[in-house]
Structure formats: C-alpha cells, structure tokens
Design a protein around this ligand. Structure first.
Ligand SMILES: [Zn+2]
Length: 118
C-alpha cells in the first residue's frame, strides 16, 4: 500500500511539475504579448484582456505551486506513517478518496463538514 501511495504521489508530482512548466510558458507568452501591444499602442483595447489573462495564469501558477507543496507534505506524511488518516477525526480516509485526491488531509465527512461551514 505504501509503495503504491508513493508511486501515486510521485506521478502526481510529475504531472503537476509538467503543468507548472506549461503555465510558466503561458505566463511568459502573455507578458510578451502585453509588451508587444503596449509598444504598438498604449491604449490598446485588448489591454484589459491581457491583464485578465495574466492574472488568470498567475493564480493558476500559485495554485499549482501550492499543490506541489501539498504533495510534498503528503509524502512526508507517508514517511511519518500518518498518511491516509483524517487530521480532524482520526478515521482512515477511504482509498477511493485518496485515489481521487492523493493529497487529502481530511476524510470525506470532515471535508464536506468544512465545506458547508464556509
Ligand atoms: Zn474525518
């Protein structure tokens, strides 16, 4: 089970790193595009769209970086032997949930209770 879990987390980390590279490329392109349009015309009507795209890519970059941090934390929990245990109620998190969300820290019951508190 532990090896499988580590493999799953490693695969998730690879995938997320690939995503991060793609996003950084997108970000560069958006920045370049905005520099080009500024050079052509300062009052480019597309200016706001570029700013919007830039903030979209920027927030996705942050989410992706955050996800990498979560994956590392999950790997540390595997090493510590606490992986798969709900941090709130101490119950075992279901295998199906861990498959869908390998970085889950809460069981489905606690996670949905937390969701409804918002
Ligand atoms: Zn729980």
């Amino acid at each position: 089970m532990t090896n499988e879990t580590l493999e799953r987390l490693e695969a998730e980390r690879e995938r997320t790193r690939g995503q991060l590279h793609g996003l950084m490329r997108d970000f560069d392109q958006v920045v370049e595009a905005s520099l080009d349009s500024n050079a052509d015309d300062e009052h480019d009507p597309d200016g706001s769209t570029v700013a919007f795209e830039r903030s979209q890519v920027d927030s996705m970059l942050q989410q992706t970086r955050q996800h990498l941090v979560e994956i590392d934390a999950a790997m540390e929990r595997v090493a510590a032997g606490t992986y798969g245990t709900c941090e709130s109620c101490g119950q075992q998190i279901s295998e199906a949930r861990l498959e869908a969300r390998p970085v889950a820290r809460l069981c489905i019951a606690c996670a949905s209770a937390k969701e409804s508190q918002r």
